[in-house]
Design a protein around this ligand. Structure first.
Ligand code: GLP
Length: 262
């Protein structure tokens, strides 16, 4: 894993956008695994700014999103379809026909999982963007007894439901299930860009980088992927500084383990 520590939130957005810009420029037909949430939002904004200002071209990329709430139609403002269209696809000029998000309202959700799994297999991801939830989830792969390989339906943890409830209005039904690609799909991506920001992610960041690799903290599996770059802001990395400074010293002195790569 390569680790980049961003001074603050704005610099995390810029560094992440630089990374994606480089990959899209190298390969205009990049297959990009997308993710939603607060972690990549500023990066999408920055990419949209570069598209408008410098003509950064996304017209040939393909995107595959990790997950969607079960029960939310694509037009629901809290659906991941809606998020991506508003914050990434439209502002960056990505043709909607090049994008894929699981359907949250398919008549048969299990069939939708099979369809999406086959789609993912047929379109190998070049670069997968990821965030991490408070439970350690990646995509919506919540803590379990084993790592799920394929696209599946997941019962969201109470902690995840509470964290995401801030996006829903008072009294509005908050989905308790989602469709998510499996850990196997995420691990097959050629490259992964992991973004972690904010003090509320300090504990999970510590577990992710320093704890045992376990399906109880699904994001820990990323330590076994051979090409992950993590961009983490100062608040999120704070407990690693405090509890395992030697690990970050290794990083800063450019020795084995966590090294910087821009
Ligand atoms: C969400 C999404 C994930 C995301 C994670 C972290 O609910 N399903 O794909 O990476 O939880 O979200 P955030 O970046 O808002 O903390």
């Amino acid at each position: 894993m390569y680790l980049i520590i961003a001074e603050d939130s704005a610099s995390l957005d810029r560094l992440a956008a630089d990374f994606v810009e480089r990959r899209v420029t190298e390969n205009p037909q990049l297959c990009l695994g997308t993710v939603t949430g607060a972690s990549p939002e500023g990066m999408y904004r920055e990419l949209a700014r570069r598209h408008a200002k410098n003509g950064l071209d996304f017209s040939e990329i393909r995107t595959i999103n990790t997950d969607e709430y079960l029960g939310l139609p694509a037009i629901h403002p809290q659906s991941y379809h809606f998020y991506l269209e508003q914050k990434f696809f439209c502002p960056c000029g990505i043709p909607l026909s090049h994008t894929a998000v699981p359907s949250g309202t398919a008549e048969n959700a299990l069939k939708e999982c099979e369809r999406y799994e086959a789609f993912c297999r047929a379109h190998p991801t070049d670069l997968q963007i990821l965030g991490v939830g408070h439970t350690g989830h990646i995509g919506f792969n919540e803590p379990e007894d084993c790592f799920a390989d394929k696209t599946h339906i997941v019962d969201l943890h109470q902690e995840t439901i509470s964290a995401n409830s801030v996006y829903f209005s008072d009294g509005e039904h908050i989905p308790t299930q989602a469709i998510t690609v499996g850990i196997g799909t995420l691990m097959r991506a050629k490259e992964i860009l992991l973004l972690i920001r904010g003090a509320s992610k300090a504990e999970v960041t510590y577990k992710l980088l320093c704890g045992p690799v376990t399906p109880r903290v699904p994001g820990t599996i990323l330590r076994f992927h051979r090409n992950v770059t993590a961009i983490i802001d100062g608040e999120a990395i704070s407990l690693v500084w405090e509890r395992a400074p030697e690990l970050l010293r290794e990083y800063t002195s450019g020795q084995e383990g966590f090294t910087e790569r821009r």
